[in-house]
Design a binder for this molecule. Structure first.
Ligand code: FAD
Length: 486
């Protein structure tokens, strides 16, 4: 094992050995043409900065236009001992979609692989290039009465969504992206094209290799295309904003709604009062669902949808009856139903508003549903007793056990919390996540941001297994910024 670790270390260092940027770019241009290689700083800049404003520096930005070109540039990277990072929509949140600061990693952008293939309406599936934007896919499907049910407050691309195994606010009903991938095409680090663009829902004819690439954060291969399962577009969608008596009552509210609506319940999103107040403070133009002095401690946004004609007509009327019942049964203190677009605008504005706060710490954690309220109580106790003044401003996909745990350090206590103290808080919060049986990364992956948590909380035998898979597919450790080390 020690010998193998030494070999991996040697290969890693050779992967990032200094290369002549001019020579590399010239060879890349022979493969991709002039327009396929960006070396100018201003042209590279948008690819080198991520959503959070973290930045790196690429040796060159490569823009292949098809799968053979992706294979050719990966071969070139191999010959030149250059590490490569794949990028699709660049909406990832763990710093893994941009190169590091060395100026030695090539960035492979998939945005030119944006072909939308024919929709197979009978099979409810569609073949897509890895660079197809979610917004384009949705617009394309809508024309034929279909829908790709992954709603998030960003506009990623197919390849990045698969590499991140995106969840979103409809996961409780439709699952994560993994469940929607019927077929996949990827290019390995040595340039081998693995084409498994099948449209099958059932296929037990061997190990299901496509699963390796889903959620791999670009560490095992570059995803160039996929066949995705799509859904019929809902004929009716209704939303309501609920105020539960306390956070601890939410699991009972969720169970009640699941019993009443079954599969028609497609979203159950939680928002803390502090997160709502932050959205109203930072984005004054946002339409108010609650007046300033009426923001509750916690609110839940639910959505019901039906793509079947049978149920669609009844949905809106029944939600009003259910609202009455939830109040009578003390499952909710308040139920708002009259301004649905404002409810979702508020939900989507929260991540953006929190990022505008000057001192904010964010986590993306997940639990068994029943463990969420005790975890949240434990966080509140920790903050009150050891970090007074710091506020909990979490939100998330409650039905999936997800919590975008966020803490804000207000101006008036900023001096009490120098960076070292906040680092200690970060570790204590991660330890609480582990104590409650949770995951330190629910949806966003590992990347540089979560690498230390990966090493601290992932059992060594699983890390060794990850490293074995990595060394099989990418023996020189040239791909991606996702940790996979023993
Ligand atoms: C406002 C906001 C809200 C969000 N909400 C959610 C949410 O609700 N649920 C959720 O799950 N995520 C959410 N995200 C995170 C993010 O949008 C998803 O992870 C997204 O699916 C990433 O896709 P992308 O195309 O932007 O990938 P990128 O950001 O380009 O890349 C993400 C990762 O995938 C790798 N990668 C990219 N393309 C490829 C490829 N073709 N082949 C191999 N590897 C590749 C990259 O190297 C990187 O590691 C949110 C992000 C933002 C900014």
């Amino acid at each position: 094992m020690a010998a193998r670790s030494a070999l991996v270390a040697e290969l890693r260092s050779s992967a990032s050995r200094s290369v002549d940027a001019g020579v590399f770019a010239a060879r890349a241009r022979q493969l991709l043409g002039q327009e396929g290689v960006l070396t100018d700083g201003a042209q590279r800049a948008p690819f080198e900065r991520d959503y959070h404003g973290r930045s790196g520096r690429a040796l060159a930005v490569l823009l292949p236009a098809n799968t053979p070109q992706v294979a050719a540039v990966l071969q070139l990277c191999g010959e030149c001992c250059v590490a490569a990072v794949a990028q699709s929509g660049n909406t990832g949140l763990v710093g893994a979609s941009i190169p590091d600061e060395s100026g030695q990693q090539a960035l492979i952008s998939l945005r030119r692989l944006d072909t939308i293939g024919p929709l197979d309406a009978a099979n409810r599936s569609i073949t897509l290039g890895g660079g197809v934007r979610m917004s384009h896919l949705r617009a394309h499907l809508a024309a034929d009465g279909f829908w790709f049910p992954f709603d998030i407050a960003a506009d990623p691309c197919v390849g990045g969504m698969i590499a991140s195994n995106t969840g979103g606010s409809h996961l409780m009903r439709y699952g994560d992206v993994r469940g929607a991938v019927l077929g996949l095409e990827a290019v390995l680090a040595d340039g081998t094209i693995v084409n498994s663009l099948k449209s099958l829902r059932k296929d037990n004819s061997g190990f299901d290799c496509k699963q390796l690439f889903i959620g791999s954060g670009g560490a095992l291969g570059v995803i160039t295309g996929a066949v995705l399962q799509v859904q019929r577009r809902p004929l009716a969608r209704v939303s309501a904003l609920l105020v539960p008596p306390t956070h601890a009552d939410i699991p009972e509210l969720l169970s009640w709604l699941e019993r009443r609506y079954g599969d028609l319940l497609i979203s159950f999103e939680g928002m803390s009062g502090e997160a709502i107040r932050c959205a109203y403070r930072e984005l004054p133009a946002l339409r108010r669902c609650f007046s300033a002095d009426e923001v509750p401690d916690y609110a839940v946004l639910i959505e019901l949808a039906s793509s079947g004609e049978f149920q669609a007509a009844a949905l809106a009327g029944d939600l009003r009856t259910a609202a009455q019942k939830m109040i009578e049964l003390s499952l909710a203190r308040e139920v708002l139903t009259d301004d649905e677009s404002a409810f979702w605008a508020l939900r989507d504005a929260i991540p953006q508003a929190l990022m505008k706060s000057p001192r904010v710490m964010t986590f993306d954690v997940a639990f068994a549903r029943s463990a969420l309220p005790p975890f949240r109580m434990a966080v509140k106790r920790l903050l009150e007793t050891r970090y007074p003044g710091i506020r909990l401003a979490d939100f998330g996909h409650f039905a999936d056990g997800g919590d975008h745990l966020t803490v804000l350090v207000p101006d008036d206590c900023a001096r009490a919390y120098p960076p070292l103290k906040l680092m200690r808080l970060r570790v204590e919060l991660y330890d609480l996540v582990a104590e409650h049986g949770g995951s330190f990364s629910a949806e966003h992956g590992i990347g540089p941001l979560n690498e230390s948590a990966y090493r601290r909380y992932m059992p060594p035998e699983i890390r060794r297994l990850h490293a074995s898979i990595k060394s099989l597919l990418d023996p020189a450790a040239r791909l991606g910024r996702q940790a996979a080390a023993p």
